[in-house]
Design a protein around this ligand. Sequence first.
Ligand code: ADP
Length: 548
Amino acid sequence: MRTIKRFIPLVVSIAVVVAVALVGLLESAHANARAQQIRRDDRVSEQATLAGLTNQFIQFALKDAYDFASVGPLSLQPGDPKDTALIEAYVKRSALLSYGGALVDLSGSPINAFVDGPGLPVATDPGYGPLRAALLAGKPGISTVMKTNGVPVLAMAVPVQRAGVARAIYIGYFRADRNPLETYNERLHYGKTGKAILLDATGTIIASTHRAEVGTLFGDPALRSRLESGQKGFTEYQDHGVRMVASYVPDGIGGLVSITTQTAAEFFGPIQSGGLHVALALIGLLVVAAAALFLMNHKRQMALAEAYEYKGQLLANTTHELKTPLTAIRGAAVTLGMRWRTMSAEQVDQFLGIIHRRCDGLSKLIERILLGARLEAGREVTLNAVPTDVLGSLRAITSEFKDVSPKHPVLLAAPEDVWVNADPEALDQILGLLLENAIKYSPEGGEVRVAAIDGPRSVAISVSDHGVGMNAEDREHIFEPYFRASRGNANGFGGVGLGLSIVRHLVERSGGAITVESTPGQGSTFTITLPRIVSPMEPSVSLEGADR
Ligand code: ADP
């Protein structure tokens, strides 16, 4: 259950990142869809322009044919060579109707004709049907693709009028595979796969980027039937398993429709690859964020585990340090309680002495824990810096320690009349803690040296021992609260790991610094520097941060 709980923040964070990425992906998909729609609409409006151009070109050709037929001096006499010459001249100068021309009477019987090629479509060609129908409806006619000797041919018919009355019909022919419309379509290029196509009302191709397709039926029946509605639009279809797009717009004349086809992959390619990049970037971001979160969570878990271990160690140390004097006090009190009547006054004093010393030790330990906590929390500890005689302070503390541990010779070397600006009680505590450690971490008989060196701005006071020393890794941590070097613990030295942290705080708040030199098995030297003053008469300097 606890394991599950520990992973809740990670799961929630990853869920948030996934949600954000999903929103991003959705947005990107929407943007993609919008971009695709804009691209479709653009293609349809381009198509409308093309359809308009085709319409104008055919209108122009029809008008030209109409002018020729109605204004020109055609006799309308069957086989009249003059008419043949006129038709030939017209065919040769016409931009579109350049294959041939024929005059037929209103019932459809030939009057005269000229052809610039293999021949004209025979009178029975079904292509004449739509021509006739259009003319009867009062409109110019355009035929579907006819063929003559394999050549796809288109026809356009206009009435030949005399005094406002239709007397005959002029039919102009052009080769679907060889005319300006075809040339124009061949030159239109849309990427590698795009094709411009012109279809007639039956779905037959009358002009195309690929000339070979002219005269054939457009491939997609679904699209062909859609074109019958006469609407413009955009559609997608399959051509031999390839997804295609097509834009189509009716030309508004003769049932012709302008179309552009292209593979969907090419048409939507840039948008899709843009969308793909966005998606990939988002997925990449998601993976990186998830990995970072996982790593952060892992680090946090490790830090928590370390903190737990540290807390356990701390509790064990402190409890042990508190329990030892309590056991001694309890033992002395029990002995006294049971045997005081039979004891000599000296013996009673001895036991009372144990209780007294141990109580002192306990309250000192508790005070140290409280002071350590205050200093660590950055709380105010009042320091009254006054001119303090270094030699005097060192003498007092060293002689005290000679009594504390007679088995450790404590040597002192310090110049006279050297003064520092420091709180005497704090200095006493600093030196006391350093000496306590020097003795604690030295074997019996180990010499402890206390020395002071006068400097121009500060005084350096060192406490050296020939004890267990410590390695470089431990040296980096000894000033941290509750840190105890493994070496110290293994050797069974008591302590809660607060002494050096208190020393560092007090030294720094006195405007000084502390350093350590140590070699495992050879001993350690702790050196503190404190601000020097020339004489006790010099006004005490207010130390920045000293009272914090
Ligand atoms: P404590 O002595 O209660 O463990 P300190 O803060 O005074 O706590 O010291 C921190 C650690 O530094 C000690 O556990 C010990 O490993 C190391 N240490 C301190 N002074 C000495 C010394 N004079 N010689 C060797 N190791 C020392």
